[in-house]
Write a new protein. Structure first.
Length: 457
């Protein structure tokens, strides 16, 4: 009897400590998803009557530093390398140390232990973050090398929005798709074609060539989404690796794009969109509770998002007035300008800003802000000058940028600039082996802990 009690007590402690070895590993990376972005999403969700982000209720939560070997502020390639290999490197290096020597990544470790490997992103499959899980190069812009390494790598499922190519590329997507087929990949274009195939390596992309999926806030019904790719990856990996398990990295890559554009509503919708893929992992965990581990983190913060106190503003629910991204709003303004040019009256532009952002409904721009909006309208529509400004991924009408900043002001959201910052990011962990992650303080600690906990040495 005493022996049984001791055994049961041990079993209870073991279960509570979460010290099981994870067989199925989910690794979510919200690109550019800082702590404030997560908090704003939860504040918006609470105000809009939506559930809190699923990962913000994970039992193990801490912060990790993100600096690279280049300095306090990392880019996605160096951060992806830290998260995939446990080693800091120089910005723009991918899967290589500061001397350029290749580093062993989690995909290769998982593969060497007989596990299936999947890599999924809402950007291109050879972009910085996914690339850090299969490539070894000193330039994230060397798309030819990265794509060649991608087709040779031992990954079972690759899903994303497209294949990035050099600026002067004349080969097109088909060249790479044909090379993929020659290398033994099963190429699936469009979500209706996604299905599990025994023993095959799958390359899953949208039907149409592109660089990234539509932003969640702009996506039309029926479009390929991150969760379609995540579901297809889980199905394929589980069908093929039921015995040994799998490692699946999923990147919410467009949170970063939207934060580069200082687009608060766009970022909130994109983070909620990634959470739908986390939901699929949670469903998997419910079916395999003692063998599944889910890690959610970010590679860095983008934009320096913060909330500033203002007794008249600071209402995150006003973001619900935003019905399209800043990029899409810029497109609508450009279309209007093309249609009626200098004959476009201010009132028509004002209506468009109201429809797209809820300005003059929830958020009342101050007189000074309205004056500036009118000035930008004049420069764009009446003077017909160059009225556009570029950030890293988006060239947009200044009027669209400023109007979105007026909405942000109403919601209490401010931005430092259009680039990455050195802020720490959140780490959220749930499942088998979770307890060990509470000690993580640096982004390199995450893969190093995972290697230990999952026995991937
Ligand atoms: Zn970025």
């Amino acid at each position: 009897m005493k022996r049984i009690t001791t055994f049961l007590l041990f079993l209870l402690l073991w279960t509570l400590s979460g010290a099981q070895t994870p067989k199925y590993i989910f690794y979510f990376i919200g690109d550019g998803m800082g702590i404030n972005q997560v908090q704003l999403t939860n504040a918006y969700n609470a105000a809009a009557g939506l559930p809190a982000l699923n990962f913000s209720a994970f039992p193990v939560q801490t912060f990790v530093a993100t600096q690279s070997a280049s300095g306090l502020v990392t880019d996605s390639a160096a951060a992806g390398t830290a998260l995939s290999t446990g080693t800091k490197t120089t910005n723009y290096y991918m899967g290589a140390d500061p001397d350029g020597a290749p580093l062993r990544n989690l995909s290769e470790r998982a593969r060497q232990h007989g596990k299936g490997v999947g890599i999924v992103t809402s950007t291109s499959v050879n972009h910085a973050t996914p690339g850090a899980f299969f490539a070894h190069t000193t330039s994230r812009r060397d798309f030819k090398t990265i794509s060649t390494q991608m087709l040779a790598c031992q990954v079972d499922f690759l899903g994303g929005a497209g294949i990035l190519r050099e600026k002067d590329d004349t080969l097109g997507r088909d060249y790479w798709l044909n090379r993929a087929k020659e290398a033994g990949w099963e190429v699936c274009l469009g979500k209706d074609t996604f299905r599990t195939r025994p023993g095959k390596r799958m390359l899953c992309l949208p039907e149409k060539d592109g660089k990234e999926l539509s932003y969640a806030i702009d996506a039309a019904g029926g479009e390929l989404r991150l969760q379609d790719l995540t579901r297809a990856a889980i199905d394929h990996l589980y069908a093929n690796y039921r015995r040994k398990g799998f490692f699946l990295m999923v990147e919410g890559g467009l949170i970063d794009y939207l934060c580069h554009s200082n687009d608060p509503g766009g970022a909130v919708h994109e983070i909620n969109d990634m959470a739908q893929s986390v939901e699929l992992a949670l469903q998997f965990l419910a079916a395999h509770p003692h063998e599944t581990l889910i890690i959610v983190t970010a590679d860095h913060e983008t934009g320096g998002m913060a909330y500033a106190y203002d007794r008249r503003t600071g209402r995150p629910e006003w973001l619900s007035g935003q019905t399209c991204s800043m990029r899409a709003l810029s497109g609508r303004l450009a279309a209007l300008k093309k249609e009626s040019g200098e004959n476009t009256p201010w009132i028509q532009v004002k209506d468009l800003l109201r429809e797209s952002l809820g300005l003059w409904e929830s958020v009342q721009p101050t007189a000074a802000k309205e004056k500036q909006l009118k000035q930008l309208y004049k420069e764009s529509f009446l003077d017909n000058g160059d009225s556009r400004e570029a950030d890293l991924y988006t060239t947009a009408e200044r009027l669209a940028r400023y109007a979105v900043s007026c909405l942000g002001w109403g919601c209490g959201v401010k931005w430092l600039d259009n680039n990455h910052t050195g802020s720490p990011v959140g780490l959220y962990v749930k499942g088998a082996g979770q307890a060990a992650f509470a000690a993580c303080r640096d982004n390199t600690d995450i893969p190093n802990t995972l290697v230990r906990v999952a026995g991937l040495q």
